[in-house]
Write a protein that binds this ligand. Structure first.
Ligand code: ADP
Ligand code: MG
Length: 266
């Protein structure tokens, strides 16, 4: 059994929800940028073959020589796959479509669920002094996501403020319980963040009150509003915090970072 104790080193957070399009990647990118604004050093690990977090942070496909795939399946050292972004204090392990075969290739590995866990701990990360590692998970509960959950200290769940939002959450919670039993008993839930919230929309309000009634304090006070600047920013390969620093989306992600830091200090 791997040693999961962590006296020092970065806090590892998996951003997960098996539904697609709920704001995982958007939250990863912008929370990372907001943590960096707070003076934290952050590593984003792109664990989605779509590579949207890599694109959104300005790493073009041609510049992704070493990726999460090599980190997991070719035993490259973390130091060899980390790339700097244009943002001071923000690094990334990018992903390409290569990663789409990883799920199946992982099956044949004996340590298949622990590969990311071990990769993030194989190296002395002192040189980087990361405070946080955010893992952008694919929209599925496959072996890649399980690797993220085994590697992580906590899970951050974006919940889209739409009908059926809470559906699927029980499956996610069940997977978290299984991971606790099978290899990461300390795994916590960092929180649930409502995304694409529209306060004029009754449905958004309904999802919010359901989520708060069912999940209580797990739900962040901060909610991320639906904001067109947020959806535009990836096509400019920037976090919304840089693309439109005063937009509602940027303000909300800053508030989320502050709330999370406060929770972690409490
Ligand atoms: P996931 O990673 O869970 O699949 P994404 O982060 O890619 O989800 O978001 C899905 C889509 O919704 C993207 O087109 C993204 O730009 C858009 N989106 C996410 N959050 C917001 C928001 N707060 N306001 C407007 N559009 C958003
Ligand atoms: Mg995504």
């Amino acid at each position: 059994m791997s040693d999961l104790s962590r006296p020092k080193g970065p806090k590892i957070i998996a951003v997960a929800n098996q539904k697609g399009g709920v704001g995982k990647t958007t939250t990863t990118i912008n929370l990372a940028a907001a943590l960096v604004e707070e003076g934290r050093r952050v590593l984003v690990v792109d664990l989605d073959p779509q590579g949207n977090a890599s694109t959104g942070l300005g790493i073009e496909v041609d510049d992704r020589e070493f990726t999460t795939y090599e980190l997991l399946l070719e035993d490259l050292d973390l130091n060899d796959v980390i790339q700097k972004t244009d943002y001071d204090g923000l690094c990334i392990v990018p992903a390409t479509v290569d990663l789409s075969s990883a799920d199946i290739e992982l099956m044949s590995s004996e340590k298949r669920s622990f590969l990311l866990h071990d990769a993030l701990r194989q190296t002395q990360m002192d040189a980087f002094k990361f405070d946080y590692i955010l893992i952008d998970c694919p929209p599925s509960l496959n072996l890649l996501t399980v690797n993220a959950m085994i590697a992580a200290h906590s899970i951050l769940v974006p919940l889209q403020s739409e009908f059926f939002a809470l559906e699927g959450l029980s499956q996610l919670m069940m997977t978290i319980r299984e991971v606790r039993q099978s290899g990461n008993k300390e795994l916590r839930i960092e929180g649930v963040v409502l995304t694409m919230y529209d306060k004029r929309n009754n449905l958004s309000q309904q999802v919010e009150s359901d989520a708060r009634a069912n999940l209580g304090d797990l739900v962040f006070k901060t909610m991320i509003p639906r904001n067109v600047r947020v959806s535009e920013s990836p096509s400019f390969a920037m976090p919304v915090l840089s693309y439109d620093s005063q937009s509602k989306g940027a303000v909300a992600y800053r508030a989320l970072a502050k709330e999370m830091i406060e929770n972690n200090q409490a």
